[in-house]
Design a protein around this ligand. Structure first.
Ligand SMILES: NC(=O)c1ccc[n+]([C@@H]2O[C@H](COP(=O)([O-])OP(=O)(O)OC[C@H]3O[C@@H](n4cnc5c(N)ncnc54)[C@H](OP(=O)(O)O)[C@@H]3O)[C@@H](O)[C@H]2O)c1
Length: 275
């Protein structure tokens, strides 16, 4: 029931129709009996500045930011958290009595999705495929947890720029080409490219380069062709659904300052993805 006291949370994106976030968060608000409501806002590029201003003007409590606004939005905020500054992207905004602070919970989402599967990041070697916004969130999380990053990207200059960005956080090396001599040295392989979403996408890595000892992570969800191949090979496989869940949990806790109902959010997400 919406009342005069209901706190509004939103998501700004273009497109935004496909988002699962309203489902996950509204179920969690309802479960905890919180007077909050999460709504999608289709915000086109040219209106982003106005939309961010409207967070203050309309006293919206917080928003998620999704494609294509995660990087551009930073210039309109009053404060930016340390991880969002490093990553150069914001996916969560908190309106703290008129001060807008940006966070990046994608990074925490990736880390927590591994922890949830009992995987320790510290001292493990990660081959990260991709150097876009999501890859940078993965790299930040891995380095902060004490893992080593080996980064490969189709556009090599972006891999080098990512190394520059994170150099002072830990060990990060650029990989020019991937062959078995590279993958054999790795414990975890992460697809952080956008490949695997569309039916005719090529695989981000040849399955022949995977070993049964590898942990294979994909940030694309719910399942990619390479995840299926990795399972056949005997790898431990972690899909992007966990990252999606845990970034939402972290955002929920930023907005409400309460512990999120993890099991309810998990159940809601998996139910809608297996429909
Ligand atoms: N699970 C989650 O919670 C979560 C969170 C955030 C994002 N994601 C997913 O992560 C994916 C990437 O998002 P993003 O924001 O990082 O996108 P982005 O900034 O556009 O980056 C895309 C990356 O994919 C690479 N790529 C695209 N097409 C390629 C191709 N044909 N061959 C080789 N590499 C290719 C790009 O390489 P170039 O630099 O060479 O173009 C770049 O590294 C999306 O599918 C998104 O839905 C998932």
């Amino acid at each position: 029931m919406i009342t005069g006291k209901t706190k509004i949370i939103g998501i700004f994106g273009d497109p935004v129709e496909h988002t699962l976030s309203p489902l996950i968060h509204n179920e969690a608000f309802q479960y905890l009996g919180l007077d909050y409501c999460y709504v999608p806002f289709h915000v086109k590029k040219e209106y982003l500045k106005d939309a961010v201003f409207a967070i203050k003007a309309l006293n919206i409590k917080g928003v998620n930011i999704t494609v294509p606004h995660k990087e551009v939005v930073i210039q309109y905020l009053d404060e930016v958290s340390e991880e969002a500054k490093y990553i150069g992207a914001v996916n969560t905004i908190l309106n703290n009595e008129g001060t807008l602070k940006g966070f990046n919970t994608d990074s925490q989402g990736f880390v927590l999705s591994l922890k949830d599967e009992g995987i320790l990041i510290k001292d493990k070697k990660f081959l990260v495929l991709g150097a876009g916004g999501a890859a940078k969130a993965v790299v930040y999380g891995v380095l902060k947890e004490g893992g080593e990053v080996y980064i490969y990207n189709r556009t090599l200059s972006k891999a080098w720029a990512t190394k520059e960005r994170f150099n002072n956080l830990g060990l990060i090396e650029v990989v020019n080409t991937i062959d078995k001599s590279v993958t054999e040295r790795m414990q975890v392989i992460v697809n952080a490219t956008s490949l695997g979403l569309k039916k005719d996408d090529p695989m981000p890595l040849s399955p022949e380069l995977l070993l049964s000892e590898h942990i294979y992570c994909d940030i694309v969800y719910p399942e990619t062709p390479l995840m299926k191949e990795a399972e056949k090979i005997g790898c431990k496989v972690i899909g992007g659904t966990g990252m999606l869940l845990w970034q939402a949990i972290a955002a929920f806790e930023i907005w409400t300052a309460l512990q999120a109902p993890v099991e309810i959010m998990k159940k809601t997400l998996y139910k809608v993805l297996t429909k």
